[in-house]
Design a protein around this ligand. Sequence first.
Ligand SMILES: Cc1cc2nc3c(=O)[nH]c(=O)nc-3n(C[C@H](O)[C@H](O)[C@H](O)COP(=O)(O)O)c2cc1C
Length: 238
Amino acid sequence: MIEILHNKYDYNAFECMISICIYEGRQQADFDPAIANSSQNLEEVPMSENSAPTVAIVYHSGYGHTEVLAQSVLKGAKDAGVNAHLVKADDENKDWDLLEKADAIIFGSPTYMGSVSAQFKTFMDESSKVWMNQGWKDKIAAGFTISASQSGDKLNTLVQMSVFAAQHGMVWVGLGEMPGNNSSEGSAEDINRIGSYIGMMAQANADQGADVTPPTADHKTAEILGARVANSTRRWAA
Ligand SMILES: Cc1cc2nc3c(=O)[nH]c(=O)nc-3n(C[C@H](O)[C@H](O)[C@H](O)COP(=O)(O)O)c2cc1C
């Protein structure tokens, strides 16, 4: 496996290596992001920063939990070798130009009352001006959400985002991970511990701040989403 890793041109082998780590035991400890996302390996890939695809992560966060997740998605994407940027959905001066030029847009919102937050929905409605001309058509799209309950109706939030992406003519990419924490040998340390396919789900205890929760497993899963979108976009844009 080490030999595979050192084959710096083989992205498929690189992704395969991550998958093998995850499937063997499904424990977070088995997934070594220091190796899997090593920018040292990726820096050797013959690709200039400017020619790499661009991924934008548009998110809203009321109390910081979605924001720290967005940072993990950003890390995963950057470590996978693309240009990546955070955009606050509720920023009145947000960079619509960046979104227009991006090859992929990842949507992030907390689940509030079983759906995206009002601020994120405002962003969705604002984007109708882009929708008129299908300005985001054929860009890659993906989504992540967080809530206090294990379910908390997070699925509805991700479905909302995927329908939104479809209206824009975007190409939706799911998480691409088998569910964790669903067997006698599983644990809350597992990657994809909430067991979502359509996008990335995280859970944050309602009585703790974003410096404590969501737990590390969710941050690692968020990194995987960022890397998956980065690698999918690279293939799509080729
Ligand atoms: C207005 C509001 C509505 C919420 N609705 C839900 C919900 O439907 N399901 C759930 O599990 N948690 C719900 N929560 C908890 C949040 O999803 C959770 O605290 C999340 O981590 C907040 O993310 P943020 O810090 O990025 O705003 C709600 C919180 C607020 C403030």
